[in-house]
Design a protein around this ligand. Structure first.
Ligand SMILES: Nc1nc2c(c(=O)[nH]1)N[C@H]1C(S)=C(S)[C@@H](COP(=O)(O)OP(=O)(O)OC[C@H]3O[C@@H](n4cnc5c(=O)[nH]c(N)nc54)[C@H](O)[C@@H]3O)O[C@H]1N2
Ligand SMILES: Nc1nc2c(c(=O)[nH]1)N[C@H]1C(S)=C(S)[C@@H](COP(=O)(O)OP(=O)(O)OC[C@H]3O[C@@H](n4cnc5c(=O)[nH]c(N)nc54)[C@H](O)[C@@H]3O)O[C@H]1N2
Ligand code: SF4
Ligand SMILES: [Mo]
Length: 918
């Protein structure tokens, strides 16, 4: 057994991981105590990494037109077809769509090939759906896409404002760091600004549950308030910025009275003014913002409104201060560094940066090529698919992202993909919603196999190391790109033998004719040899001769990356969501993430314990709205939006605002019949960044009327999914992988219709029922199929609330797959689904130690009314800590329930501490 060090492939925190390797297998992971992003911590997704590996379900052979081929044939086909498209339709017909989950080296060569050698500007990335507005605002305000802060600034701040970020679920390790810092510093305050009460509110001193989309009004209001109360840092503004007067004038175009702002944002004026006062009276303020700000048709302005307030108060370039855009994907930042957005060229140079086209042309030595470098920006993600729809773009290469799911108006995207004459997909997994649209499928290596670098949210470059060989014929993304480049005749420019060589070239370009003009400069790393690259310790850019050990904080001298060194405050005029509510679609749709899943679930759904926290697609809504729309808790509902329908299970929550619903972004056609959030959203874009408005849809809600519901468990080798998978049959199904079987949650028929389930079910069960217990009058059935005494399937027709805990049954499937027949006693208990006297654990709360809600509630009732006491008794919450907020709210609900308090909003909005406004 040996331990290797690498980096987690999920979120932008970029945690260091130590992996135990033995006999060519990865046995387990733990947090790397020396990595400055996490100092040994990992969240539940990171700690489950070992469970998501294995060659099962992986793509292992290239495919051309549906036929498995060898690599030479596949690479020849890619090169020939790209060349043919370029010959007939011009270079502008070629496009690539990349991802913040590629490594920097993959990204660099793809960008170099498409923009530099194929001569097309149409190379964009899924970061367009994620970071584009944050990037645009940083560039406009600070002169460069440069996150000023570090994680330690969150710990050193006196006030941390979390805007549109559910940090507890989406950047859990950073959240834990903040939580610990807050415990150590009782003076630190945390404000959460989010229309939803999330687990992040656990550490909030003040929660502002604002009207969706009203953030710019709120921060404009703050700017005006600071000016009115004499809280601007006049000296800082004068020396280091320009534009404050215009920004203030724009902010004052709306009524600047606190009451008026509060009314527009639907907030309590006293609480709002408390926030204003806290912000204005502290110098050490970090405002951390994420998709609640970015995923908006006015996201750039919202980011700017936040940055304006920081500049106006001089709260930037100091320890514990700054506007901190947190990145989502592990290498969204690295993609921005190489120029992976369609409006960028390379290494933080845009097409309109003075001399950039000429400089990059010389660096890549593409002077003699026809065509040479593109002259201006290409299509941004949503526009790219519109260009495909119009037939202008005719060849698309997608790497490490799933536009058939994650783009808004996703069915239209699917139609465009279906029409596109050449779709090439580089992917690790064998079964995704995108692959059916691919003419050429290229199997890529994945985390633990890939070798290169990623950059996290605080500009820290870390090595992700290749520890295991890829399964089958899967190959590294950078290698695939270079092989295609060679076949197109560009072999010399792509003759890399190792990612170290690519990284060094990227580092050289960052310093090439830089002269201090581009803040992204890692030229001190351009000398790394392969050994030094392999050993590279995490380091924050810029890394230059002047700062060889990296840079913790930017703009400490008050000089910004603009030509005159001054930061820009900009006038912001608040705009509401572009997707309008109306009679036919009266509810505001919010979409986002859940704690234990990653995006389209291709990896996280492979770890059964990560499926338990939220097993099915859902719709969160207040009890009042549910009553109005005639849907009940745990019943099925349908949402109708701009591009189609979404079906999921209702979860009543008091943390939601009235008139709003929340759905997860994760489910695809692989996991449910109609549960793609992207179908509900219209594609409205920010005019500057091109980022789509995926947080503010408009939907109608109705109950999904069904005749009966069932749960079917099938042995994993029977569960091909053939009957449902990929199909929307108008009813409801969801697939939930368990450790040793597949669970299908089904609903069919019409209320009052004769229950035809036996006939319906038997059609596709692998064997006839061996045991059954029928209650037609009650509409209930339990049945099981055995073969040679081994369990093949188990069925219960009943509402899922009646399900026994499934761990016992899953264990019986495990025995059966080992060839062990059921004991007579267990056979008798089979329809009950548990051993005599065994209790069901209830919904899973702690994924690490698999502790269910029932045990926790019982322990609380028995007197364990603190998270520490629960941890001591049940071990829940003692490993990664991701469930601590949930434990706390269970304690509040069970032990501390105050009957006067009617909802979570009321609880989160407890009256603020006394406010003294100077
Ligand atoms: N578990 C998990 N973690 C992840 C990911 C994952 O898939 N799963 N993905 C990673 C990626 S790529 C990203 S980009 C990040 C995203 O991280 P976050 O931005 O934290 O995630 P979201 O859940 O998309 O949205 C954040 C919050 O914005 C709120 N919001 C909605 N509308 C508004 C509004 O108008 N104003 C304000 N102020 N808030 C609003 C939502 O209610 C939600 O709680 O997470 C990363 N981490
Ligand atoms: N409604 C709604 N939509 C959203 C969002 C939202 O909040 N709401 N958030 C948006 C945001 S912020 C983001 S970042 C996107 C994310 O959306 P996507 O990028 O579409 O989602 P992923 O599931 O991460 O897709 C990555 C794919 O690449 C594969 N893959 C993983 N590693 C590799 C690799 O190394 N090489 C290759 N070739 N393939 C690999 C995975 O198996 C997976 O199929 O979704 C966006 N869409
Ligand atoms: S917080 Fe969790 S998902 Fe994010 S990098 Fe760390 S371990 Fe991975
Ligand atoms: Mo993202």
């Amino acid at each position: 057994m040996h331990q290797a060090r690498t980096t987690c492939p999920y979120c932008g925190v970029g945690c260091g991981v130590r992996a135990d390797i033995e006999d060519g297998r990865l046995h387990g992971v733990e947090g790397d105590g020396d990595h400055p992003a996490n100092y040994g911590r990992l969240c539940v997704k990171g700690s489950a990494l070992a469970e998501t590996l294995g060659s099962h379900g992986r793509l292992t052979r290239p495919r051309v037109d549906g036929v498995e081929v060898d690599w030479d044939t596949a690479l020849d086909a890619v090169a020939e077809r790209l060349q043919a498209t370029r010959d007939t339709a011009g270079e502008g017909a070629l496009a690539a769509y990349l991802s913040g989950q590629l490594l920097t080296e993959d990204y660099y060569v793809a960008n170099k090939l498409f923009k530099g050698f194929l001569g097309t500007p149409h190379l964009d990335t899924n970061s367009r759906l994620c970071m584009a507005s944050a990037v645009a605002a940083y560039k406009r305000a600070l002169g460069a896409d440069a996150v000023p802060c570090s994680y330690e600034d969150l710990e050193e701040a006196e006030l941390v404002v979390l805007v549109g970020s559910n940090l507890a679920w989406n950047h859990p390790v950073l959240y834990q760091r903040l939580r610990t810092a807050k415990m150590r510093n009782p003076l630190m305050r945390v404000v959460v600004i989010d229309p939803r009460v999330t687990d992040t509110c656990e550490i909030a001193d003040l929660y502002l549950g604002l009207r969706p989309g009203s953030d710019a009004r709120l921060f404009n209001g703050l700017l005006a308030w600071m000016a009115d109360k004499g809280r601007l840092d006049r000296l800082y503004l004068e020396r280091h910025t320009q534009g404050v007067e215009a920004a203030l004038a724009a902010a004052r175009e709306d009524d600047a009275a606190v009451e008026a702002i509060a009314a527009d944002c639907d907030l309590d004026p006293e609480r709002l003014e408390t926030f204003f006062y806290w912000f204005a009276s502290q110098l050490h303020v970090v405002t951390l913002y994420s998709q609640g700000i970015n995923q908006s048709s006015s996201g750039t302005d919202k980011c700017q409104a936040i940055i304006n307030c920081h500049l106006a108060g001089g709260k930037i370039g100091l320890p514990g201060a700054g506007p901190f855009s947190i990145t989502g994907q592990p290498n969204a930042m690295g993609g921005r560094e190489v120029g992976g957005l369609a409006n960028q060229l390379a290494a933080h140079m845009d097409y309109d940066s003075p001399g950039a086209i000429d400089r990059v042309t010389r660096f890549w030595a593409t002077e003699t090529l026809v065509p040479t470098l593109p002259e201006g920006p290409g299509h941004k993600a949503v526009e790219l698919f519109e260009a495909i729809e119009r037939g202008e773009v005719r060849a698309l290469w997608v790497m490490a992202t799933n536009p058939a799911v994650s783009l808004p108006d996703a069915d239209r995207v699917r139609a465009a993909l279906a029409k596109c004459p050449l779709v090439i997909v580089s992917e690790c997994m064998a079964d995704t919603d995108l692959l059916p649209y691919a003419d050429i499928v290229l199997p890529a290596s994945s985390w633990s196999e890939k070798d290169g670098t990623v950059t996290n949210s605080e500009r820290r470059i870390s090595r992700q190391r290749g520890l295991l060989p890829p399964p089958g014929e899967a190959r590294h993304d950078w290698w695939i790109v270079c092989e295609v480049a060679r076949r197109l005749g560009y072999g010399e420019a792509f003759a890399y033998e190792h990612p170290a060589e690519i990284f060094v070239e990227h580092a050289r370009l960052s310093g090439f004719e830089n002269d201090g003009n581009r803040i992204f400069d890692i030229s001190a790393l351009a000398e790394l040899d392969r050994e030094a690259y392999d050993a590279l310790a995490p380091v924050q850019w810029p890394v230059t001769r002047a700062a060889p050990r990296g840079t913790t904080r930017l703009f400490e001298d008050g000089r910004f990356a603009t030509a005159d060194g001054l930061a820009r405050l900009m006038p912001v005029r608040p705009r509401g969501p572009a997707q309008a509510l109306g009679e036919s679609r009266p509810l505001r749709l919010n979409t986002g993430r859940v704690r234990d899943q990653w995006h389209t679930m291709t990896r996280t759904a492979r770890a059964p314990r990560l499926m338990n926290h939220r097993a099915e697609p859902f719709v969160e809504i207040t009890p009042e709205d549910a009553a109005t729309f005639g849907v009940g808790d745990q019943q099925l509902a349908r949402l109708t939006g701009a591009g189609g329908e979404y079906r999921g299970r209702v979860r009543l929550t008091k943390g939601q605002r009235r008139g709003e619903v929340f759905v997860p972004m994760h489910w695809t056609d692989r996991f449910s019949g109609a549960a793609r959030a992207g179908r509900l959203l219209a594609a409205h874009l920010d005019p500057i960044s091109g980022q789509p408005e995926t947080k503010h849809g408009a939907v109608a809600l109705a109950a999904l009327e069904v005749g009966w519901e069932a749960t079917l468990l099938m042995a994993s080798d029977d569960a091909s999914g053939g009957e449902f998978e990929g199909r929307d049959d108008g009813a409801y199904w969801a697939r939930i992988p368990l450790a040793h079987c597949q669970r299908w949650q089904l609903a069919r028929g019409k209320p009052g219709e004769p229950r035809d389930w036996l006939a319906w079910v038997q059609r596709w069960l692998p064997t006839a029922p061996t045991l059954w217990c029928d209650d037609p009058a009650g509409g209930r059935l339990r049945a099981a199929g055995l073969e040679d005494g081994r369990l093949r399937w188990w069925l219960m027709v009943a509402p899922p609330a009646e399900l026994p805990g499934l761990a016992w049954l899953d264990e019986r499937f495990a025995e059966s797959s080992r060839g062990q027949p059921l004991t007579a006693d267990r056979r008798r208990r089979l329809l009950a689904g548990c051993d005599a006297g065994e209790a069901d654990a209830g919904p899973l709360v702690c994924s690490c130690h698999q502790v269910g809600q029932k045990a926790i509630v019982e322990a609380i009732q028995a007197g364990d009314t603190s998270v520490e006491a629960l941890g001591a008794r049940l071990a829940c919450g003692t490993q990664c800590g991701s469930c601590l907020p949930e434990l706390k709210s269970l304690i509040e609900d069970t032990a501390g329930a105050d009957p006067e308090e009617e909802d979570d909003h009321a609880r989160a909005e407890q009256a603020p501490k006394a406010v003294h406004v100077a």
